[in-house]
Design a protein around this ligand. Sequence first.
Ligand code: FAD
Length: 505
Amino acid sequence: MMDKSIRRIVIVGGGTAGWMTAAPLAQRLARHPTQACDVILVESPEIGTIGVGEATLPTIRFYNNALGLDGADFVKKTQASFKLGIEFKDWGHVGNRFFHAFGDFGPPLAGSAAHMHWLRLAQEFTGMPAMENWSMPSVMARHGKFVPPNEETPGMTDAYSYGFHFDAGLYANYLRDYALRHGAQRIEGMIVDVERHPESGFVTAVKLRDGRRIEGDLFVDCSGFRGLLIEGALQAGYEDWSDYLPCNSAQAVPCAGVPELTPFTRSTAREAGWLWRIPLQHRTGNGHVYSNAFTTDDKARQVLLDALDGEALDEPRQLRFVTGRRRKSWVKNVVAIGLSAGFVEPLESTSINLIETAVGKLLELFPDRDCSPALADEFNRIMGMRYESVRDFIILHYKLTARDDSEFWRYCRNMAIPDSLRHQIELFRETGRVAIIDRGGFAEPSFVAMMMGLGVVPKRYDPLADRVDIRVVHGHFAELRDMIAQAVARMPSHRAYVAAQAAAA
Ligand code: FAD
């Protein structure tokens, strides 16, 4: 039988997406004894990278673990800190604060989710403390503590999870070294042309400005917003979601490190968008995401600079984007991964997670040189669903606000939303239940934390919760709260834990 296996993969772009793609492909494919496959990455320092993706979801650990990265070494080399979730300030209304944790609100009781019992207690007794008092990661975050699950919390392994904050440039370098060590090749040069087969339309080579041609069987487009191959050559099309998510601009600036090394990202809503604060070991990452239809770049810059809690280390960097996704991210023998495939603002740190998912799916659905359209359809189906569920979850943050203090927030309150999200909000408002549309996306506790944090109090709760004796429910909540308090008291501070990891490397 004719050997149709892919022998040359060309990755276009060396930003976070390019190196996150190159590392596992090199690990799995480059040095196979009989079926070795060249993994070639082309990047142009002249163009540079976006380089601002610094906060992640817990799934980054599965990605790192699959590469066999040493945890302590990674923390040291990327100046990482640990992330238990996101603190939201001023989102529901000015003065509102809540935590979206990587974890739940305790185990179910008699088959009903913890938040259903909490709702029952809250209906019967006034002055119930906020539900996040029963969330282990929220309590840890409030006290600035960190330890991975199961070290100080035996029996509560599933109670929480964690991701990282890291320096995006250092992470890309870390993965680049890994990929090169595992057999990937790096070519520096500016791509000026894309060659395609006259009949099949498959991409056959990219041409560099100095005349070099880089041939390949499979091309991964990690060229960033420009989508050099997927859009430039193959015109996959772009679905624009700006009506749902009006932010289209960002400014980013690092500032000097501050004493408060929080184990969480902070997101503060402002008049025409929101600010992020991401603490790293050597500095703090800050940014302002906003809509330039509702404010000016100059005003946005000032809002950002005024909010810094350390000296700015640079001039703010201006970025512009169009929220949405490529209609198809796999077309013929080109697979788009990263910003070339789409972008939803970084409110829940989902971009790197979408890169992990795309790389994982590419390996799961790895083609031969024919690149069966059925594989592309399956990849596009899964990625399409994932991008849409992320989109809906982010829209929810804006739609449920009670803020009406600026034109921007009035627009968000009144804007039309996708039917899928309207259903999710209605179901929760009426019954406290969560409709999970994408099982690979955010889970029930995330929806509960966001909706209740933003002020939605369900009218009803699970009627089966009433079958449990109310004294048992009280006992359960009291016991859980004590257990969390005792466990958190024993934990080291986040700063101490980070220092110990960096020293152990
Ligand atoms: P880029 O970084 O743009 O890289 C593109 C690469 O393509 C570069 O190497 C460039 O040299 C190369 N290239 C392009 N054209 C050519 C050419 N003609 N010839 C040769 N090479 C070429 N994600 C998160 O998960 N968490 C966050 O907290 C987060 N925050 C963000 C904040 C903002 C404001 C923005 C805009 C994004 C954020 N993201 C975040 C997203 C994250 O930054 C990106 O997903 C990630 O950096 C991947 O980018 P990329 O590699 O796709 O593109």
